[in-house]
Design a binder for this molecule. Structure first.
Ligand SMILES: NC(=O)c1ccc[n+]([C@@H]2O[C@H](COP(=O)([O-])OP(=O)(O)OC[C@H]3O[C@@H](n4cnc5c(N)ncnc54)[C@H](OP(=O)(O)O)[C@@H]3O)[C@@H](O)[C@H]2O)c1
Length: 392
């Protein structure tokens, strides 16, 4: 009989797309894992179901009111129920959590991610906004505290797998693929007319709304370039993007002898999530194996920078470094949210982000406080751009 101790998992963002997929995997793998903590935002009904099913020791929600509601519903035997970013940080740093799945959307995920890293946890990282805004700090903290960061993003999981056993000097290029999103085949002129519903209708991936809109503008790929830069310590000029509408090849690594390594799998986030949990072990997935003869063809195209300017904007920001990536992420979170609230049209997203970056003044970043300062300032400036309709 296998008497190996089960690993404890905390899931941050448990009510989101990555969180729900993670809990489905954990349900299947309940012999190996036990849920220690759950952190969510406002979807308390779903969180209550998750608490009843997984019986965590510690839980957190965004507001005190929701925490009180949960306490009243859980009754006797309720887990410790906390709220706010402090609550999510406690879930992330819970003693029994060996692995922390970081899947809160946006900069709200940064504090909890850092809390897990500071405790030396294994972090299954989906929250790319943290890595974009605080890559050097997260890396430094991870090294200092012996935390291991395993990427969940399918592209970064692909790069992570391709780079295993590869000497850094042998890398010519690391290429992230992009589906191209729902507007890959639309003309630049058509983009201004695209509705929220069309932007949310992603052809390949079923994800949360923020990241789905980021996919439509291709800001997602820009953020992922910066995420890859920090995760793998690869120089900006060695990072590239290719459109691959089938979303089967997730990443390619070109080596200096002309060999190209690629990672392929079915288009299902359960595969990279599960790998981040079981790493370095490989176990059978809940998803059918990919049948390449059914897929038939794999296409690759360059990015049309005129249609999707934010990929190049992100590349320039990555080269500039310092406070620029924080500003890019903050401006994009505000603009993305304004589009989802129907306050601006689709093409305004990139225009607002570009305008906000023009106004950004580079600052030295030495601490978490510096990061939050730039984040706050950029949000304020971006909201001003929206209010004054400077460019709309
Ligand atoms: N979905 C994907 O396939 C995918 C792939 C790669 C990377 N990612 C990245 O993974 C992250 C999550 O994506 P997603 O698609 O799962 O997003 P999502 O479906 O929108 O879920 C976001 C999760 O974060 C929680 N949340 C939001 N604000 C919070 C706050 N202030 N405090 C605590 N919890 C908060 C939400 O809670 P409530 O719903 O309860 O409010 C929800 O559980 C993003 O950074 C995204 O870029 C996602």
């Amino acid at each position: 009989m296998d008497v190996k101790k089960k690993e404890g998992i905390s899931v941050l963002g448990s009510t989101g797309s990555i969180g729900i997929n993670t809990l489905e995997i954990l349900k299947r793998l309940k012999q190996r894992y036990t849920v220690v903590g759950l952190a969510a935002g406002r979807n308390v009904e779903l969180l209550l179901d998750q608490i009843l099913q997984t019986k965590p020791k510690i839980v957190s929600v965004e507001s005190e009111k929701d925490a009180e509601w949960l306490k009243s519903k859980c009754g006797k035997g309720a887990p410790e129920i906390l709220f706010g970013s402090g609550g999510a940080e406690k879930v992330a740093s819970a003693n029994d959590a060996d692995v922390v799945v970081s899947a809160i959307t946006g900069i709200a995920g940064l504090g909890p991610t850092l809390a897990a890293v500071k405790k030396g946890k294994r972090v299954a990282l989906a929250n790319k906004e943290s890595m974009v805004s605080a890559g050097p700090l997260i890396r430094e903290m991870a090294e200092k505290n012996g935390a291991k960061i395993i990427p969940v993003d399918s592209e970064h999981s692909g790069v992570f797998q391709c780079l295993s056993g590869i000497n850094k000097e042998d890398i010519e290029k690391v290429i992230l693929t992009a589906s191209g999103g729902p507007f890959f085949r639309s003309s630049k002129e058509e983009l201004a007319e695209k509705t929220l519903e069309e932007a949310l209708n992603h052809p390949r991936w079923k994800m949360g709304e923020k990241v789905t809109v980021d996919s439509a503008t291709m800001m997602n790929k820009g953020l992922e370039l910066i995420e890859a830069h920090w995760l793998f310590d690869v120089k900006p000029d060695k990072l590239d993007v290719l459109i691959h509408p089938q979303s089967i090849v997730h990443a390619l690594v070109i080596l200096k002898d002309g060999s190209i390594l690629a990672q392929l799998s079915a288009t299902d986030m359960k595969i990279p999530i599960q790998y981040a949990l079981t790493y370095p072990a490989r176990i059978s997935p809940a998803v059918s194996h990919l049948n390449l003869s059914e897929v038939g063809k794999l296409e690759f195209y360059p990015v049309d920078q005129k249609k999707f300017p934010l990929v190049d904007v992100a590349r320039r920001v990555m080269e500039e470094g310092g406070s620029a990536p924080i500003a890019l992420n903050a401006a994009n979170e505000v603009a993305n949210n304004a589009f989802r609230s129907r306050k601006i049209v689709f093409t305004d997203i990139s225009a607002v982000v570009i305008k906000a970056l023009e106004k950004h003044v580079q600052r030295p970043i030495k601490s978490l406080e510096d990061i939050y300062f730039v984040d706050r300032e950029t949000r304020r400036q971006t909201r001003n751009i929206l209010l004054k309709k400077e460019l709309l």
